[in-house]
Design a protein around this ligand. Sequence first.
Ligand code: AMP
Length: 540
Amino acid sequence: MQDWPLTVDKILDHAARWHGDVEVVSRSVEGPIVRTTYGEVHARAKRLSNALKALGIARGDRVATLAWNTARHVETWYGVMGIGAVCHTLNPRLFAEQLCYIVNHAEDRVVFTDLTFLPLLQEHRAKMPSVEHFVVLTDEAHMRPDLFPDALCYETLVAAQPADCAWGGFDENTPAGLCYTSGTTGNPKGVLYSHRSNFLHTLVTLGIDVMGFGARDTVLPVVPMFHANAWGIVFSAPAVGAKLVLPGPKLDGASIHELLEGEAVTFSAAVPTVWQMLLGHLRENALRLSTLKRVVIGGSAVPEAIVRGFRDDHGVTVAHAWGMTEVSPLGTLAAPTARIAALSADEQLDYALTQGRPPIGVELKLLDDDNNRLPHDGATFGRLMVSGPFVVGRYFKGEGGVILDDEGFFETGDVATIDRDGFMRITDRAKDVIKSGGEWISSIEIENLAVGHPKAALCAVIGAAHPKWDERPVLLVKLEPGQKSDPEEFLRFLEGKIARWWMPDDVLFVDDIPLGATGKIDKKLIRERMKDYVLPSGGG
Ligand code: AMP
């Protein structure tokens, strides 16, 4: 058969050729909603490729972006990847020191930035010696020479170049993207995606039981392009010619609702906190969703209230997904099988709340502490291992050494069960699981139940040291504004829902539950804050 390298430039070529008039709509960083098309995005991405070449960027060079989801950011991805350079997405929610570490480690030569981040870059640019140029994703009228005198203007760069530029023509294993993941120990580590791995991830996620959208859909990736590739949507939407709607910097309930309704969005994807904000906004203002059909939720476990809220109040289907930076990111998605689709709505909910089952191209297994395989019985939990053509093989520059086991599986750091149909349920992060008397307690399961209490805004469960049992669970609750409660009320609420020995030894009401750079509860910080905490029994 033909040798047809699987390179991602072909995705935008395809979109421009067959879906050239399909719109790409962005809420711009400057404010207004801006409309373009795949045809335009393609032409401008090619102009940008020429501009990058003029700046001396060649195959393999790293070009970073520090930017929200907008059409200019999409153009930058394709402009960089099309000529075989590597697009390195920076997460602006990281601490400045971490950002500088990552830029230096990646040896980024150019940084494309939104206006939002100019002050941050100006303050720390001396700590990024590899960076030769900063390009601001805006036009001349919005440039800020007062903040950053020698930055280049994106629109000026693009306007100065012709739109013909040869893309591709290299091996499909050429690196295309780079994304760092903040490890639990040590420095952040880079995952270097190849054109081939991105292309295959795109095809797999487009399956009907995975993301499964098409040319009749309007797709809104709220999940940022700097967090695990916006779950691949910047590739999969143009691959099928779906209209693409990009939220820019505004991710609050009102702004997302305006885009969902104004652009007739049918499919969207985001982490649970975004949906919590949206559903809250809809409730408070008695608003409806008239076009949205399906949302993918992942990044952390989806609470039942969100699934019910979407389903019962708005007729929207929730697809719960699990993934990680190291898996490109999609690993599993909870689409029903024929057997499950025949169950009652409430029975189906049990499955909808799992992290889902693996599509073709993702292999999973569970191991115990001695590396023995564990059964797929839906009850036994163990270390979740993953393998496949879009799963990391080693970190960028070999950081962390060998990261695969003898069978080529990557250790996710998650603890999970898997049932006979492949439905996987995360019970914890390996480092968060509470080890009590030699048995494991799932902190996430208690959190998910506790947050179902109507007075709870956010809940976190951590293990506190105990002299007899090693660790015992402690529940932290951030109440909804204006609410009052006491520990007994929450303990009563949990009673009967979890095993007695899982019941928290203490309930603490806190003003704040810290979230990390990707919107997940920062348990490391909570543990740090609670290092002097002693259980009420004195731990005895
Ligand atoms: P990141 O690489 O930042 O996307 O983080 C990946 C980690 O997020 C996974 O290893 C899980 O611990 C967690 N995660 C992702 N999706 C889910 C989910 N649906 N439920 C629970 N945890 C999740």
